[in-house]
Write a protein that binds this ligand. Structure first.
Ligand SMILES: [Zn+2]
Length: 445
């Protein structure tokens, strides 16, 4: 088994205090030990190992991006004018004209960006599954949700059957098989949102996820319109659905009232999912912006996890997550960048900086220190995926998913600050190396 030792000025184990001038010992796919540099010779005596000394750098667990759509990476210039419900049809129009090559190029560019940001684990929502193979090939760790749509419950059996066929097709690929064998890759189901997937179809997805011990990915309570739609007879979301589903079913505009009958009787998207037994501890919900106290109680009682995407919410004019309340309730919350169609980049440290500034400005009492936000990119994000036992921190026995960030050469800056969490967050670090399962991944800078 290959043994590697990664040394640097700082090691941030996350679940233990930072260690100055130390090394991480990796044996195969796992971390074997962490020790101060002066103790390494004794630990390594007689062992044949590869030593990397990164000098003025910080070694951290690889970041976990809880919500992306890699396929939309090249859509950064897509107009967000008019907010989410005006933006979505634009996204559908542009991507409808894409070739498979266009989609793959976009995904590849996204993968380079998440790697450059020190991300080792991507949770990706995929329209057609193209990111599955790309993530496998890149050597990253990934959870890809094959998206599921369908509001007509009379078609749910057929739609579910079609989804399973898509899954089977992905599982046949040799590169995918290998990544699954290395336990780097999972494929799961992503019912798009409570307003685009009827309960009958979602329940089949939920059942499958339970049997297969998988996380279910969705978008939940992202816009005010979504909340209003469940609470009122009609609103602009109805128009959006007529337009969107009318593209595949020309009769949808005439029959939508009876097709959407399942939405009746709930005041909010959270309450709707709860009513149909769809809130569970394997649900990872992106956004959760429009949640009231009762919704938060329901999310907490059912231990749902939240992927918070603040820059996307701001750009699409969706509003601000009541973060103080979510955190106070004890809900599991991590960060996601969402796609570049609604964000500047796929950089989680930039996301974290924005989150701190935005929430502190609106909720000055909110406690959000550099250490706490870095935890949201690592151990707390792992907890959102029920993976805190083997990911999200640097400790013996954990998987060796590691990012090494070089500190700025300005020593006055790096040596005058004794808080490595703060150094990491300030935006003056650059990714130097990345490891997944102990294997080094090529870094694009
Ligand atoms: Zn999304």
């Amino acid at each position: 088994m290959e043994i590697k030792i990664l040394e640097a000025a700082w090691i941030l184990p996350i679940t233990a205090p930072p260690i100055k001038n130390a090394g991480v010992l990796i044996a195969g796919a796992h971390i074997e030990a962490i020790a101060k540099s002066e103790k390494l010779p004794a630990i390594l005596a007689g062992k044949n190992c590869v030593r990397h000394n990164y000098g003025q750098a910080i070694i951290v667990p690889g970041f976990i991006n809880l919500h992306t759509h890699l396929e939309y990476t090249i859509l950064q210039s897509l107009s967000v004018e008019g907010g989410l419900l005006a933006w979505l049809p634009r996204l559908m129009d542009v991507t409808a004209g894409w070739s498979q090559r266009d989609r793959l190029d976009s995904i590849q560019q996204g993968i380079k960006e998440v790697i450059a940001a020190g991300t080792t684990f991507i949770v990706d929502n995929s329209y057609d599954g193209a990111s599955v193979r790309a993530i496998a090939q890149a050597g990253l760790r990934g959870l890809v949700g094959l998206e599921l749509f369908g509001v007509d419950q009379s078609l749910s059996d057929r739609q579910w059957q079609r989804w399973q066929e898509r899954l089977e097709k992905e599982l046949e690929d040799q590169v995918v098989k290998q990544a699954r064998k290395e336990r780097r890759l999972d494929i799961t189901v992503a019912p798009h949102a409570p307003y685009t997937v009827c309960p009958a179809l979602w329940q089949q997805a939920q059942q499958w996820a339970k049997v297969n011990d998988q996380i279910v990915l969705t978008h939940l309570a992202e816009s005010a319109a979504e909340k209003k739609w469940f609470d009122a007879a009609e609103c602009e979301l109805t128009q959006f659905l007529i337009e969107a589903f009318g593209r595949i079913d020309p009769d949808f505009g005439n029959s939508y009232k009876e097709k959407l009958i399942w939405k009746e009787g709930s005041k909010s998207p959270v309450e709707h999912l709860h009513k149909h037994g769809l809130l569970e501890n394997n649900l990872l919900a992106a956004h959760a912006v429009h949640v009231n106290d009762q919704d938060i109680d329901l999310l907490k009682a059912n231990t749902v996890a939240i992927a918070h995407c603040p820059r996307s919410n701001a750009r699409l004019d969706c509003g601000r997550v009541p973060l103080g309340k979510l955190l106070k309730s004890g809900l599991r919350v991590g960060l996601g960048t969402d796609s570049k169609a609604s964000n500047d980049d796929l950089d989680l440290l930039a996301e974290a900086r924005f989150a701190i500034n935005w929430h502190k400005e609106q909720e000055p009492a909110l406690e959000m220190e550099p250490r706490q936000i870095i935890e949201r990119l690592t151990i707390k994000a792992a907890a959102c995926l029920n993976r805190e036992h083997d990911l999200g921190s640097l400790a013996p026995g954990k998987l060796a998913d590691i990012a090494v960030f070089a500190l700025s050469e300005d020593k006055n800056w790096s040596e005058s600050n004794d808080d490595p969490y703060d150094l990491l967050l300030q935006g003056r670090v650059k990714l130097q190396a990345l490891f997944v399962n102990g294997a080094e991944i090529e870094v694009f800078n």
